[in-house]
Design a protein around this ligand. Sequence first.
Ligand code: ASP
Length: 444
Amino acid sequence: MNLSELKNRFSVKELDEIKVFTDNEEYTGIILPSTNEKTLTLKLKSGYNIGVGTERITKIEKTGEIKKEIPAEEKKIMQIDGLPLISILNTGGTIASRVDYRTGAVSPALEQEKLISNIPELMEIANIKTKIIEEMFSENMRFFNYKKIAEEIEKEIKENNPKGIIIGHGTDTMHYTSAALSFMLEGINIPVILVGSQRSSDRGSSDAAMNLICATEFISRTDFAGIGLCMHESSSDDNCVILSGTKSRKMHSSRRDAFKSINDVPIARINFESKKITYLKTDYQRKKEETELALKEKMEEKTVLIKLYPNFHSKQLEFYEKENYKGIVLEGTGLGHASIGTKAQGTEENGKLFEAIKKLSEKAVVVMASQAFFGRINMNVYSTGKDLLNAGVIPAEDMTPETAFIKLAWLLGNYSKEETKKLITKNLRGEITERSDIRGFKVD
Ligand code: ASP
């Protein structure tokens, strides 16, 4: 039985106090929102959360419930004539969470009613419409979820024609999703801005409100069309930046300015106090008179991103060959290298690795990106690079490994192998720049 069926059968819902019975155990706690249909998440009296597999549950008894009423004034939705319509499609993550410290429950903070009471400023900038399309942490996202988000965006544009769309999203993998949406939504003619937060909205240091306000300000006044990210520019609350959907990366695990532009400058800066928008990039993608949105949402599942490192064994690649993988991004070292040289003593295994890479690239599309992130791949400098090029490995130019991985899966999903080999090195969505701008490479 899955979670919904269990809840129906025993007439229980989220925030109910319950006793759960399995064949040999008994748990008492409060039902929390679960991330999947196979697990019942419980807040125990001790304060810990546990997940109980739904298959193991034999009985649930309701013992009480926590009241969760939204005050009437929070439910009022203001619509002001003349303001643009901006839709917020929420997928989950910290930005969407408000933690109830009494129960430990995480509840969506991007529901229309809660947004109004949390961030009333938004209603002065635009008429906001919200929809929850997913409630998940971004580390759990798969290609399936990208497809669903892209479809929801297309639907929202067709049904409501908003000035722009904000996607509330967890930060862990936001740059993968933004890359996927950039490729999937061909010809998109409005701004779609992914917004995350490193600290949830009930914490004093939360970046949720400022990131959302900046994204809303930007969408309401910009001529940019395409996929971007909106996050803090620095660790203080002065500016947010709009970063390109294909040239960004999470570079810090906890700081609010975690996202940086890689090999490119941010598209724009929004000053939080003055609301001034400063464009930092001149050649950003602008809205066009006429363009047709074409949803190309297929992704090749048999695509992999492999980090190379010293002492990598050739056997580690055998699986992909056997399983007939179609796309392989190698995250190599420096300018695009792998341990393939055999001159030094004790490096015989490197020769086998070279043979394995060569064999793979006869069957699959093998692309080389760099774990150095900043700067370009250049496989013509050292013999290592040249040998790999001769073996059929294709350089990812100045794409991040993450963008190269998403692009390769997308190309293989929508084009032939030969077309993929050509298109991987062509700039389609701003993912490859002619001259890498590394102003984002700053260490303070
Ligand atoms: N792990 C969370 C996520 O990516 C973190 C966050 O939202 O910032 O969904």
